[in-house]
Ligand binder design. Sequence first.
Ligand code: IVH
Length: 683
Amino acid sequence: MDRAQALLRIEELSGEISKHNYQYYVLSRPLVSDYQFDLMLDELISLEKEYPEFRFPGSPTLHVGGGITKEFRQVVHKYPMMSLGNTYSVQDVNDFEERIHKLIGEDIEYVCELKFDGVAIGLTYRDGRLVQAVTRGDGIQGDDVTLNVETIRSIPLKLQGAGYPAEFEIRGEIILPHSSFEALNLQKEEEGEEPFANPRNAASGSLKMQDSAEVAKRKLDCFLYYLQGDSLPFPTHYESLQAARKWGFKVSDFIVKCKTIDDIFDYIDTWDTARKELPFDIDGVVIKVNSFAQQEQLGFTAKSPRWAIAYKFKAEEASTQLLSVDFQVGRTGTVTPVANLRPVLLAGTVVKRATLHNADVIAALDVRYGDTIFVEKGGEIIPKITAVDLSLRPENSKPLEFPTVCPECGSPLVRNEGEAAWFCPNETACPPQIKGKLEHFICRKAMNIDSLGEGKIEILFDNGLVHSPADLYELNFEKLIGLEKAYKGEGDKKDRIVKFRDKTVINILKGIEASKTVPFDRVLFALGIRYVGETVAKKLARHFGSFDKLRMAEPAELTDVEEIGGKIAQSLLSWMQMLPNIELVENLRKHGVQMAFTGLHNILKSNSLEGMSFVVSGVFEGVSRDEIKKTIEEHGGKNVSSVSARTSFLLAGTGMGPEKRRKAETLGVKMISLDEFYKMIEV
Ligand code: IVH
C-alpha cells in the first residue's frame, strides 16, 4: 500500500467505524458483527501507527484511550453549570406549574425527561469536533476530563449531518449501565479491592482515573439533555434535542411533550414503576419548559433555572428494629459497622443487615440499641439506615458506641486525619487482616493459586500452618493431608465439609510451586500494600524493575511515576520500613518468588540510546509516558525525572510544565518531539 492508498483507507475506515459506533452505541442497532467491527478497528490502529501524520483529529481510535492525565486541569465554564431545583413532593410540582402559568400567562408546553443518576458533563464542540469535556465541579469551574471522555463510545468525536452551530456546548450525564457496573464490581472483588457502592460512584471514580485506556474498559455511557449556545438554530428544547440526536448524540427515547399537569403526573407515575426495568439508574424525572423564548422570560434564580424542576423518586424504604451491630475488620484493617436487623421485606428481598458506614454516620444518625430505624435501598447494593423513628425509641436506650479497640485483636483503633474510617493498625497479627491478606495474596490477579480458594486459607490459618504469605512456601504433603473443616450453609447454600485428600493436596502444592513464576508486578500487587492496586503495582514494577530498586527510591522518585501520588507513596514507604514486611519480602525471595523482572523484560532491543538520558514530560497522543519510558530503556537509554545540565534530551509533549521548558532552555538541553524521538531509535 502506498501513502496515497493509506490515506484513503484511513479516511474510509475512520468514517465506517464512526458510523458503526453510532449504530451500536447510540441507536442500539448494529449493522456488523463485533468481529467485523474489531477487524476494522485493528486495521485502522495499525495504519495510524504506520502513518501517524494521517490520523484524523476526531479519529475513532481515540475511543481506545491511552493518554494519561496526571492532574486534571481546572476549566472555568463558559456558561455556569447550574443544577436543578429538586423536590420529592407532588405539591411542589403543582406549584411549579402554577407559578409558570402566572408568569407567562399563555399555553405552555413542557418536556418531561428521565433524570439520569450519574455525573454531569459539559461537552464543547467546535466545527463538529469534540474539543473539551468538563465536569460540573463547583458549577463555576470543573475538571478537564477530555481524554477520559473521548473513550466513551456513545460520545461522537466528530459530528455527522449538518446544521450544528460552529461552536456549542451540550450537557448530559455520564452513567455506568447496570451490566458494566456489576462486571466492574465483580472484578474489584476478585482483585480484593473495595467494590463501588453504586453506579454513580463508579462513573465518577472512572472519570477521575489517570490512564484513559483503563477508563475505556469501564464501558461508560452518556445521555445528552441540554444544548447550550449563543445562537441555537431552534426555537424549542425538544427540537434541539431531536437535532442533536441526528448529529450523533445519544438522546433518550423517552422524552415527551406534555400540555397539562395531568400529562406530567402520568409521566411521573409511569416512570416510578418502569424505572425498575431500565438497564441504568434514574433517580427521578425532569420537567422543563419547552420554548427557549419562554425559558428566557423565566430566567434563573441564583442556583437553578426557573423553567425546570426535578422530581425525585423516593427510594424504597421500610422500617424495622435494630437488633445488634457487628464491627467487621477488613483486609486493610478498616472497621465497618454493620447492623443486624429484624428481617424486613424491602424492594422484593428480605433485608437482615444494613451498613452504618462509619463512626461519623452513626453519630449523625444518633442510632441507639433497640431503636426502630428506616432502611432504604437506593442505588446502593447494600441497604443503608437513613433515620431513626424517635417516636418509638425505648426509654433509657443506650447509645451505640464505636469501639476504641479492635473487636478482633484488641489493638487500639486509629484514624488518619481527614478520613472517616477507624482502622486496626495491627496488620501483622490481627486475624481477619491476616486471613484477608492471605486471600488477597492467592487471588487470580495476584499469585493465582486458585487451588487454595473456597475457604482453604481459613483451614490453614485455623491449624496454625500459615500466618504470613511466605508460610505457604513451607507447606508440604504431610502438613496438609487430612485437614478438614465443616462449613454451615446459609440461605441457598448447603452445609459442606472441606477435606484435604490426596488430589486436593497435590493441586495445592502444584499451585504454590507454579506461583513462583508469577511476574514481579503481580507479586507486588499480591503483597496487599494499602492503595497499591493492580494498576499501581504494574506502573511501579515497570518503572523500578525490582523490589530492591523500589526500596531504595526517594519519595520524589515515587511520585514521579505516573498515577503515584503522595498518599500511595507514603503508604509504600511506611510498608517497606516495617520489619515484618522486610522479612516477608526476604522470605518470599528465598523461596524463589519473583522480586524483579527477569528474562524477557531485560532484553535490550537496541543500544541506540546508550549513554543518553531523557526527561519525558507532558501528554502524548496515542502512547502513555510509561510506554515511552519503557521504550527508552529498551534501547539502552536512561530516564531521569528532572532536567539538569547532564540531561541529554527533553521529550516534550502537550501541556508540559513551563518551568521544565525554561530550565531546558537555560541549560541548553535539547527539546525533541515524539516523532524526532522515534527517528532516533529507528534501526
Ligand atoms: S437539565 C440548567 N436534564 O440532575 C440545568 N439535568 O439535580 C440543566 N440531570 O444538574 C440540567 N438528568 O446533572 C437535566 N434530563 C436531565 C437530567 C439532568 C439528570 C442531572 C444534572 C442536573 C441534576 C439536577
